[in-house]
Design a protein around this ligand. Structure first.
Ligand code: CP
Length: 315
């Protein structure tokens, strides 16, 4: 693997899932692979899980880590070309990324979408620009449209918990007071479909995701019907793709214990952070059906699998 921007960079996602599960059992098997090398973790947006799991995974393979909140700890960054920089932004990305990558052997970046300019976000212009400016392989820690480290984690979690070869997986939209990216949902569909999973996405009318991500997933607008006999229920809010970035408010779409009764005692998944009693009821979130903490724990072995693959191929 030369870089890790999306599922398209992996020749076989199932291989990465197997490697992650193997690393979970034996985390120190590549403890010297990254020796004397450095990874830069650059955040343009907040993070708990991605930041900590990447640091832990990097340490497990012997890498030195520099984690940096670019806009808070450094100079404010300008990303557009051709601008007159007489405002708050003191540093241009055209210098910042070459400089940062000159200190590193791998560069990981988090940069959320604008949620105002769909064409710009869905072109992944910023991620592509960073990849072009970087002198070392780039890892996507959530970009405008995808969150591949999360999705690899999700596949690992499904793989270790599934009771049948091809479980029924439902991705359900749920309410949220803020305008959130579509990236986790997009990526989850992309990865589960690439894995040949049985996946249904259910959302209110108007909240359909981009067709390039829904692919041949089953699409439903009836939450109760979709949840019936599900083995895994992945809950996530996303803002509108059609009326780009707009928020839809319908508290009826919350995932509750009552709604989970029609499932096949489904495992409840969410990428976290989650607003309890808004997205998911506290009662079901704290029940044995909820695997959100196990899922978040798997962020380490998933990140480690990506680091091992990149280090092996990029010497
Ligand atoms: N799921 C996830 O990416 O969590 P953070 O935003 O806390 O990194």
């Amino acid at each position: 693997m030369k870089q890790f921007l999306s599922v398209k960079d992996t020749s076989d996602p199932a291989d990465l899932v197997r490697l992650a599960r193997d690393l979970k059992k034996d985390p120190f098997q590549f403890e010297n692979l990254g020796k004397r090398k450095t990874i830069g973790l650059i955040f343009l947006n907040p993070s708990l899980r991605t930041r900590m799991s990447m640091i832990k995974a990097a340490q497990l393979v012997g890498l030195n880590v520099i984690a940096f909140n670019l806009n808070q700890e450094g100079w404010k960054i300008e990303t557009e070309d051709g601008v007159i920089m007489d405002g708050d932004n003191a540093e241009h990305i055209n210098e910042a990324i070459p400089v940062i990558s000159s200190y590193c052997d791998l560069l990981a970046i988090r940069s959320f979408p604008t949620l105002t300019d769909r064409e710009y976000d869905y072109s992944e212009a910023l991620l592509i620009k960073i990849q072009r400016l970087s002198s070392v392989p780039v890892i996507n820690m959530e970009s405008a449209t995808v969150h591949p480290l999360q999705s690899l984690t999700d596949l690992v979690t499904i793989d270790e918990l599934k009771k049948v070869e091809r479980p029924k997986i439902v991705l359900s939209w749920a309410p949220h007071p803020r305008s959130l990216p579509q990236s986790v949902a997009n990526s989850f569909l992309e990865w589960t479909l690439s894995h040949g999973h049985d996946i249904t996405v259910v959302q209110p009318k108007g909240l359909e995701l981009a067709k390039e991500f829904t692919g041949n997933a089953a699409v439903s607008y009836n939450q109760k019907e979709a949840l019936s006999e599900a083995d895994f229920v992945y809950v996530k809010n996303w803002s509108s793709y059609n009326e780009y970035g707009s928020i839809y408010r319908d508290p009826e779409w919350i995932i509750s214990r009552e709604k989970m009764r029609v499932t096949n005692e489904a495992k409840l998944m969410h990428c976290l952070p989650v607003r309890r009693n808004v997205v998911i009821s506290e009662e079901i979130l704290e029940s044995p059906q909820s695997v959100v903490v196990q899922q978040a724990g798997n962020r380490v072995c998933a990140a480690q699998a990506v680091l091992v693959s990149l280090l092996k191929e990029n010497g």
